[in-house]
Design a protein around this ligand. Structure first.
Ligand SMILES: NC(=O)C1=CN([C@@H]2O[C@H](COP(=O)(O)OP(=O)(O)OC[C@H]3O[C@@H](n4cnc5c(N)ncnc54)[C@H](O)[C@@H]3O)[C@@H](O)[C@H]2O)[C@H](O)CC1
Ligand SMILES: [K+]
Length: 485
């Protein structure tokens, strides 16, 4: 099962892995042709109704494969309005292969029966797929009604036009037109909303490599960019709780959170280091806690600060004194929001019963310290991490040459980054980055994207500084690493 957003990410990851979209479209078109052959004998009349996007492109390919049928292609719009060059190439190929085609510019002219007036045996609905937004507009709306009015077997490409593949509901309001399909041939994996439809659903493998789903890639960032209408605070407020024996760690986390997109970052730290932390950057808002270590006396104060944040980053530079461990346990017991837990705070997590949604970011040693297991083989390690995440009831991001991100259901691997990143402080940068992302997306995705972009920032830093990279090289490189390619 895959959602349309995740499908778009996997599609982009496949492209980044070098799988040409044209190849995917050829495979999709071939799958559509197979569906036609499954329902109609050679010589049957097949009308392919194509939109201007890649959904239409799939059917333009299919038309080429169906030469033993009486094929007619109806493009809804002018050929020059076809959106992508791969779909345009397929249109041109059809015209050269003397397949009857017509470009419908006025929806009132559209008749799936075509010029000879005989109703087709099969109609392929390739008007709109995952690129649909809102209820059907013209000419697709009139065309959908015309398709529904014909007594033919309707095969929908990817999803029936006008249907939201995630919900099975119309993409417009409940009364809006959708194509009623007898069969749906969807690509790569089942979509959540298709089961609700009164149609047979076939899932076609179109050659998307498993790595496009298993490993993070540029597609995982899609959709995280800011809403241009957003204003201060919408893009996340993060509270970093750390410092004590160390001052650099909470600062690195806080700077990373800002560079990863958080609007406001506050740092709750012992007053003994507050001056040093504030001194690192005027961008930070420091909330000093009495004394030189974070302890149980600070739980109420930190809990009230956390209530005003979208995500907490707990642990950088806290140290592992008894009082600090007690603080972490009591704070997490009380806190019910989202938190990234790192460094010395990690070992408390297995003992604490919390309503919070946690992302724990241990390295392999810290994972074992929490009671988890690791293995040399990446797939075995991934399965062990997934099982431990299920036991913990939280998301794990286990750092390594290949980072393993897992919650009880899903596992994703990240292979950006380089050995230069073993330098101290990069874990603090990662924790802050995941904190900023957890403020705007779900914990699993925050961990996967966080691992990916910090690794890319580390790779950019290594390009510039070789193995001499230091953690402070990373935050400023996060914006570039987080940009949609
Ligand atoms: N995901 C994959 O790996 C593959 C997907 N394929 C096929 O590509 C479509 C998605 O193609 P896309 O071009 O993104 O969008 P659509 O073709 O679905 O539609 C875009 C097209 O439609 C117009 N439009 C959008 N909303 C409406 C509306 N409400 N009313 C009218 N018109 C609308 C929009 O302006 C565009 O012009 C996917 O479904 C698969 O079939 C690849 O070919 C194979 C790999
Ligand atoms: K369709």
């Amino acid at each position: 099962m895959i959602t349309t957003d995740r499908m778009a990410a996997v599609d982009a990851n496949a492209a980044a892995l070098g799988v040409p979209r044209k190849q995917l479209m050829e495979s999709s078109g071939n799958a559509v042709a197979r569906e036609v052959r499954a329902v109609a004998e050679p010589g049957a009349a097949v009308a392919l109704v194509c939109g201007r996007g890649n959904n239409g492109g799939d059917a333009l390919v299919a038309a080429r494969f169906l030469d033993e049928y009486d094929v007619a292609v109806h493009l809804l719009g002018r050929p020059e309005s076809i959106r992508t060059d791969i779909a345009r190439e397929n249109w041109a190929a059809l015209a050269n292969a003397d397949v009857p085609t017509e470009a419908v510019t006025d929806s009132r002219d559209f008749d799936p029966a075509g010029p000879d007036g005989d109703a087709p045996d099969v109609i392929v609905d390739a008007m709109l797929g995952s690129g649909v937004s809102g209820g059907l507009r013209e000419p697709e709306r009139t065309a959908a009604a015309a398709v529904n009015a014909v007594d033919a077997t309707v095969i929908a490409v990817d999803v029936p036009s006008g249907v939201d593949a995630d919900t099975g509901e119309p993409t417009g309001d409940s009364g809006s037109t959708t194509v009623r399909a007898d069969r749906v041939v969807t690509f790569h994996d089942e979509k959540p909303g298709l089961a609700a439809l009164d149609a047979d659903v076939a899932v076609a493998d179109i050659g998307i490599p498993a790595a496009a789903e298993r490993y993070t890639g540029p597609g995982d960032i899609l959709g995280l960019d800011r809403d241009p209408e957003s204003h201060k605070g919408d893009n996340g407020e993060v509270l970093v709780v750390g410092g004590g024996p160390y001052t650099g760690a909470p600062t690195l986390s806080a700077l990373a959170a800002l560079r990863a997109g958080a609007d406001l970052v506050r740092v709750a730290c012992p007053e003994s280091v507050a001056g040093a932390v504030q001194g690192f950057s005027p961008n930070l808002i420091v909330r000093a806690l009495p004394g030189d270590r974070v302890g149980p006396a600070h739980v109420e104060r930190v809990a009230s600060l956390a209530a005003g944040a979208d995500a907490v980053v707990l642990g950088p530079g806290l140290g592992d004194g008894d009082g600090t461990r007690e603080f972490v346990g009591e704070f997490l017991t009380e806190y019910g929001g989202r938190a990234v837990v790192d460094a010395d705070a990690l070992r408390v997590v297995p003992e604490v019963d919390t309503d919070a949604e946690l992302v724990c970011t241990p390295h392999q040693g810290e994972l074992v310290g929490m009671g988890g297991e690791t293995a040399a083989d990446p797939d075995e390690r991934a399965e062990l991490v997934r099982g431990f995440a299920a036991d913990l009831g939280h998301t794990l991001l286990v750092k390594g040459a290949v980072d393993v991100v897992a919650d009880g259901d899903d596992v994703r691997l990240n292979r950006t980054g380089n050995p230069g990143m073993t330098v101290g402080g990069t874990g603090d940068v990662l924790a802050g980055t995941v904190g900023a992302l957890a403020a705007v997306t779900d914990p699993f995705r925050a961990a996967a994207v966080g691992a990916y972009v910090v690794g890319r920032a580390g790779d950019a830093a290594a390009d510039a500084n070789g193995a001499g990279l230091v953690a402070t090289d990373l935050p400023d490189r996060l914006p570039e690493a987080t940009r949609d390619e």
